[in-house]
Design a protein around this ligand. Sequence first.
Ligand SMILES: C[S@@+](CC[C@H](N)C(=O)[O-])C[C@H]1O[C@@H](n2cnc3c(N)ncnc32)[C@H](O)[C@@H]1O
Length: 230
Amino acid sequence: MKKGIQIIYKEVAPTYELINHVLTFGLDMVWRKRAARNAARIGKKRILDVCSGTGEMAQNLARRLGHPSEIYAADGSSHMIRVAQRKKHMRRVQFVLADAGRLPFPDSSFDLLTISFSSRNLNPDSQSMLLYLKEFYRVLKPSGHFLNLETSQPPLFIIRKLYHSYIRWVVKPIGQKISGSRAGYNYLSHTMPRFYDAPEFSSLCRKAGFSSVYHQLLFLGAAAIHTARK
Ligand SMILES: C[S@@+](CC[C@H](N)C(=O)[O-])C[C@H]1O[C@@H](n2cnc3c(N)ncnc32)[C@H](O)[C@@H]1O
């Protein structure tokens, strides 16, 4: 993980969740729960949550999936991991400090790999995104599942414009104000309008080797859950 991104997550870690909940009116929690419910339906045993951050997705998974599921949470920021470790239900989660592009696991290690609100971070361009997706593919067992929850691009032009204006005029300044990190919310709000729409991300998943790629739009397409199979 690049040094600049590590500094950003050091700065935003203490207020990261609060800002998300305020700026999405709590919808980010609803979406993570929904993604975790989908994951629980898949009913997998060995799970890796990549770019786990403050661990909200891993916590949802730990709540939903009983024993004997084994849950790993990997992130490149020790500051974000520290916040996650203080949470309830995390005793069963094994934390790993790791770059998403070089996961410290052998091929075919996991039944399910999840990632939430982080693919944007791994996407300076489609070639880089593809390399990360291939790394996720590598650590999944044959027939293993991939689940990606991420902001997306509303298909309706007018909604998309309103959404981009909201990011520019509300998410960026309020994020900067609450976190005290100018660079952090410059960066986070910059990545949102530039990420793929749902069909484009599906197409990248297929390029990385995944099959049975499906997506579900959330809140008029402001976010999307993608599921796919190795
Ligand atoms: C926007 S946060 C999302 C956290 C969490 N998944 C959620 O749902 O809120 C992005 C996380 O990705 C991590 N991250 C960014 N680039 C990474 C990389 N190359 N390798 C590992 N972690 C990375 C950051 O440290 C941060 O914790």
